[in-house]
Design a protein around this ligand. Structure first.
Ligand code: 5GP
Ligand code: 5GP
Ligand code: 5GP
Length: 208
């Protein structure tokens, strides 16, 4: 049969700023459970190789099963809200993330552990607190990429990677923050490799 043991080297924990997901040409939809808090939300916990490439969709025979994470659902709605349209309760986002990325974390993390681990990691990493402590606030003003990275490094102890997107006027803005996690899912580590993509040297931090 298929190889059950995927190997990968580390995880990216990817968090998104909802104001930047919404403030684009594509717009967004709030989940059926209501407007999320003005905080970073989980996008995913992504197995990755040190080469920069990554495995995906590792086990088509292991679909997302909401009944396995019913105990986590409330926390998922708060910490891993969906902003895609059409509105739904988040199940579509979580299902996509499990099938594309989560299945590649087995056998290290089974479905319940995968989601629980992502929630525990987010709880350890207060991105918004770290930014606010450095005077970087989601108020629509612009900050230097360096100040943003230094603030997150000061707050978490680790160097983040920032992914930008552009608002409808073409301004580069803070979209996602990548941090690296060891392959057991327990601890932050310095990233073995960073993703690619450009930000301006000054980027906007929109409100939500
Ligand atoms: P984008 O091209 O919009 O940055 O990424 C599209 C999707 O590809 C992401 O949501 C994620 O599922 C996957 N992806 C992009 N970059 C990486 C990466 O560096 N590592 C992993 N594991 N997945 C990625
Ligand atoms: P990835 O980029 O991880 O491969 O895929 C993200 C997928 O999840 C896309 O199909 C996107 O429509 C869906 N999705 C649902 N909710 C969200 C959300 O809040 N943020 C992002 N980035 N994608 C979402
Ligand atoms: P340095 O390593 O000298 O800080 O940056 C090298 C290049 O990578 C510069 O063009 C810088 O703007 C870009 N860069 C550094 N950190 C990040 C980041 O977190 N995100 C993005 N998108 N680019 C970055």
């Amino acid at each position: 049969g298929l190889a059950l043991s995927q190997d990968f080297d580390f995880f990216y924990l990817v968090q998104q700023w909802p104001g930047s997901f919404c403030d684009t040409q594509k717009s967004c939809c709030y989940p059926t459970t209501g407007k999320p808090a003005a905080d970073f939300g989980i996008h995913g916990l992504w197995p990755n190789y040190e080469s920069g490439s990554y495995p995906s969709n590792c086990d088509p025979n292991n679909p997302f099963n909401p009944s396995e994470i019913s105990d986590l659902k409330k926390s998922m709605q708060t910490n891993w809200p969906t902003l895609a349209c059409p509105s739904n309760d988040g199940t579509e986002f979580w299902s996509h993330e499990w099938e594309k990325h989560g299945t590649c974390s087995e056998p290290v993390l089974k479905q319940h552990d995968y989601f629980e681990t992502a929630l525990q990691l987010k709880a350890k990493v207060d991105l918004l607190g770290a930014l606010k402590a450095a005077g970087v606030n989601p108020d629509g003003s612009s900050y230097s990429l360096k100040d943003i990275k230094d603030a997150i490094k000061a707050g978490t102890g680790y160097t983040p990677w920032i992914q930008c997107n552009t608002d409808p006027s073409g301004n580069s803005q803070l979209y996602q923050v990548y941090l690296c996690i060891d392959k057991t899912g327990s601890d932050l580590i310095e990233c073995p490799v960073f993703p690619r993509g450009k930000c301006a040297s000054e980027i906007e931090f929109p409100s939500f």
